[in-house]
Design a protein around this ligand. Structure first.
Ligand code: F55
Length: 838
């Protein structure tokens, strides 16, 4: 209980009910919230009412920490990380907050004493799916780690009304359904209309001379949009730090439609309102290319401008001179989606705050840092100049000027190299003109990082090679990590408890301490417990699959799982070729001795990505045939679990025996699913791509199933001239697999259905499935062999977990703090007196 100043003694009871952590107190607070917030009593309350009452009970406890944190940061004007990301894939908040507050068990008991089941209430939460995949989830893990490490930070993004679509499967095809995550309200956020800001769009610029005779530019916009911040507290694990995730909603400024309304144009006024609100309406569901859509660029400038204006407001409020913006804030750009920040910060400093160019440029470069997440050339964002000018005329002028200075620098460093100037320019002039956002980000930042060692190396050698030669000192690697709080403690309590019973629970904050598990790898009792836990979790998933898909699965089979976005480079269809290979072996010899396997898939395809959707259809078609063929006799099962999400991921990682990380080498920047599976005791079958390389180095090659071409071998093969047909003709099993699909065996005799996929493989095979096929099959055969030796498998599983310490997002964040952000932790004491303004 907190000590309170005397004059507040009458409030003691209220204070206690909103902060107390005992079971009694939690129960009282819960019923109070049910009554006063939901307006219900137990007899008529729905599950959702109970969920909301519990969420508010937890939120009250967060608020105390949140306000304390804000008070201390404000008083000390603490240096702050500003993490700009178009996506934050947070996952459900309730369970995570219970874990981080350290009250999971108390709350479980409290609700159970009221006749409720905590797991049931947790299920109620509609997760905010404000991201596509790895990039958005990484941002969420980093917020968790920054709060846990007591690093002052603000996450800035967009409060999309519709997040990533819900996925249904009909007749084997993906169908997209709008995600209405806000329909029951969101108890975790607080709107802050008092900190609204305005963002200009469109129109034109005018030059003028100011009262000091200086050349200035004014921007007359076509449209102005209001941004309203909505704040969510981000609590650290067993600390008092609660940082903020600040997401912006777009609204029409009242004054804007007022005029139209008065002049009788009611519909025009409503129309203007709708156009404004569109900016935060929906998350773009592509995770590979941005397609140059105007609304997408408008979303980017909207959240970036709102966020930078908000930072400037904070700088002023804390009496920091604007010239020291870069001392108060370091701004990390999560890919190029917020890269317009380079031009927007320049514009704010120069046009709105009267700063000179050189000083503004120095502040901009010192403040910004850029993280790249892709090696796919088609994923590098570029905007047609005409579109850019029509939406952001002032920014285009600024970019031209940055480009002028930049190209002068390049000329000075590489005299006479006009080809280099053309390659490096911020403007692509090879055909239709484009603004190159990655180039803008590189030039405007003091740091450029990749997300795994191999990825950073390939950026330096290939995608950003010219920039590496120009600014080698800016480049650095920050291998991704994941938070063990959500992806172990919350999602896998059984393994968490077993581990903590042996080595204590320090590993939850210091993941490297998992190493201590190695001491138990030869302890038969421990190995037995390890195996029983994995088996119990698999039984749970079996029940779920039975309920969801109506498929009965053998819990003793290998749970072989590939869960991630669908993309050709990730090669879910290579996995399909393996399934059909095993199926063919059974058909050829029904009594063959095969280690039973259950192939489980989860993931969404971008709605406009035809080939990815066809791969989903193929997997579902294979499932229909394989699961119902009497010859197979339960040795193989194929399961597509629809609507993969964070909530769902937490259920599948703990149940996996085998994690599929089989992208073509040189394409997956890092991967983070690979880390979550391994941390939960799955073994990995993977290529030497992204962070797989580092995972194998850590866990030991003998505990990792590696196969396939390396990145240099991929380049060499492509350079020689790759001919997939040669592999088809020379590999009997491969040919039989392709012919089986082509025959219509999985499509009720329809030989056309999968033709586009087969043609693409036979005649192009951009991602070298055929070249890697035999190595993959051999490796899978070895997996099946090893799995039969259950003691050996268990030992490998334990060693994987024991050696995954490097892949905590805490380690990643420590590295960012040291190498890029130059920031220290600011511990928060509870019970600091919060006083009202005099
Ligand atoms: C989203 C929108 C656009 Cl326009 C482009 C890409 C994305 C996106 O979601 N990218 C993404 O998730 N990239 C992934 O980032 C992870 C975190 O760094 C990596 O682990 C993963 O390799 C990479 O593909």
């Amino acid at each position: 209980m907190q000590t309170v100043p005397n004059h507040q003694v009458e409030n003691l009871q209220i204070e206690d009910d909103r902060t107390g952590l005992s079971v009694e107190c939690l129960k009282r607070a819960f019923l109070d919230n049910l009554f006063y917030v939901q307006g219900k009593f137990p007899k008529i309350a729905t599950k959702n009412d109970y969920y909301m009452a519990l969420a508010y009970t937890v939120r009250d406890r967060l608020l105390q920490r949140w306000i304390n944190t804000a008070v201390i940061y404000t008083e000390r004007a603490s240096r702050t990380v500003s993490y700009l990301s178009a996506e934050f894939l947070m996952g459900p908040h309730l369970g995570n907050n219970l874990v981080n507050l350290g009250i999971y068990d108390q709350v479980k008991q409290a609700v159970s004493e009221l006749g409720l089941d905590l797991e049931d209430l947790l299920e109620q939460e509609e997760e905010p799916g404000l991201g596509n995949g790895g990039l958005g989830r990484l941002a969420a893990c980093y917020l968790d780690s920054m709060a846990t490490l007591e690093i002052p930070s603000l996450g800035y993004g967009i409060r999309y009304e519709f997040g990533i679509f819900d996925q249904d499967i009909r007749d084997g095809w993906q169908v997209e359904i709008t995600d209405k995550w806000l329909h029951c309200g969101n108890p975790w956020e607080i709107a802050r209309p008092e900190w609204e800001v305005y963002v200009k769009l469109g129109g034109h610029t005018e030059a003028y001379t100011d009262e000091h005779g200086r050349y200035r530019v004014r921007w007359i916009p076509y449209q102005v949009v209001k941004g309203v911040p909505h704040d969510t507290p981000i609590l650290g694990y067993k600390t008092n730090t609660a940082n903020t995730l600040r997401l912006w909603t777009a609204e029409a400024p009242e004054s804007f439609d007022f005029g139209a309304f008065n002049s009788g144009d009611y519909l025009g006024a409503v129309q203007a309102k709708m156009v404004s609100e569109n900016l935060s309406k929906v998350l773009y569901p592509n995770d590979d290319s941005s397609q140059g859509k105007r609304l997408r660029l408008a979303q980017q400038i909207f959240f970036v401008s709102c966020s930078l204006q908000d930072m400037i407001r904070i700088v002023f409020r804390q009496n920091v001179p604007l010239e020291k913006f870069h001392e108060k804030f370091v701004v990390q750009l999560n890919d190029t989606h917020p890269a317009i920040a380079v031009a927007e910060l320049m514009r704010l400093l120069i046009d709105e705050h009267d700063m000179g160019w050189d000083q503004a440029w120095s502040i901009t470069q010192k403040s910004l840092a850029y993280t790249n997440h892709t090696l796919l050339p088609e994923a590098l964002e570029r905007w047609p100049i005409s579109l850019f000018r029509s939406l952001l005329p002032r920014h285009l002028e600024i970019i031209y000027e940055i480009n002028y200075h930049f190209l002068e620098e390049v000329k000075a460093k590489f005299p006479g190299d006009s080809d280099r100037l053309r390659r490096m320019s911020l403007i692509d002039e090879s055909g239709e003109k484009y603004v190159r956002m990655a180039h803008l980000a590189c030039v405007g930042s003091h740091s450029i990082n990749g997300v795994a060692a191999l990825h950073t190396k390939l950026l330096q050698q290939d995608v950003l090679r010219d920039f590496y030669q120009m600014y080698p000192e800016k480049f650095n690697n920050k291998t991704n990590g994941v938070t063990p709080r959500r992806f172990m403690v919350l999602s896998n309590p059984r393994l968490t408890n077993l581990i903590s019973s042996k080595i204590g629970d320090s590993w939850i904050k210091h993941l490297k301490d998992l190493k201590k598990l190695e001491a138990f790898v030869d302890d038969p009792e421990f190995c037995h417990q390890w195996r029983s836990i994995k088996s119990a979790i698999k039984h749970d998933l079996v029940a779920y699959i039975q309920k969801q898909n109506g498929i009965s699965v053998n819990p003793d089979s290998i749970f072989d799982i590939q869960a991630k976005r669908f993309h050709e480079y990730k090669r879910q269809h290579l996995n399909a070729l393996h399934i059909i290979t095993l199926y063919n072996r059974i058909k050829a010899n029904p009594d063959i001795d095969i280690t039973p396997r259950t192939f489980i898939f989860g993931g969404k395809a971008a709605p406009g990505y035809y080939m990815a959707k066809l791969i989903i259809k193929l997997l579902n078609s294979i499932a229909d045939v394989v699961n119902n063929d009497p010859d197979v006799r339960d040795r193989l099962k194929v399961v597509f679990l629809k609507d993969y999400s964070v909530k769902f991921a937490q259920r599948v990682y703990p149940a996996a025996d085998l994690s599929e990380q089989i992208s073509m080498a040189g394409k997956e920047a890092s991967g983070t699913g690979n880390m979550k599976f391994a941390l939960n005791g799955a073994l990995t079958i993977g290529t030497l791509d992204g962070a797989n390389v580092e995972i194998r180095d850590e866990v030991g090659a003998e505990n990792f199933f590696i196969f396939g071409l390396t990145a240099p071998e991929v380049y060499a093969l492509k350079a020689r001239g790759y001919r997939p047909l040669d592999y088809y003709h020379s590999n009997r099993e491969l040919k039989a697999v392709i012919d089986r699909i082509a025959s219509g065996h999985f499509s009720h005799g329809d030989t056309q259905l999968f033709k586009p996929l087969l043609d693409s493989l036979l005649h192009r095979d951009e991602y070298l499935l055929f070249a890697d096929y035999q190595a993959y099959i051999d490796c899978q055969d070895n997996v099946s062999q090893v799995y039969r030796d259950r003691d050996r498998w268990t030992r490998m599983s334990i060693l994987n977990v024991a050696r995954m310490g490097k892949f905590s997002s805490d380690r990643s964040i420590r590295d960012y703090c040291q190498d890029i952000w130059n920031i220290q932790s600011v511990p928060i004491e509870l019970g600091e007196c919060i006083q009202a303004k005099e």
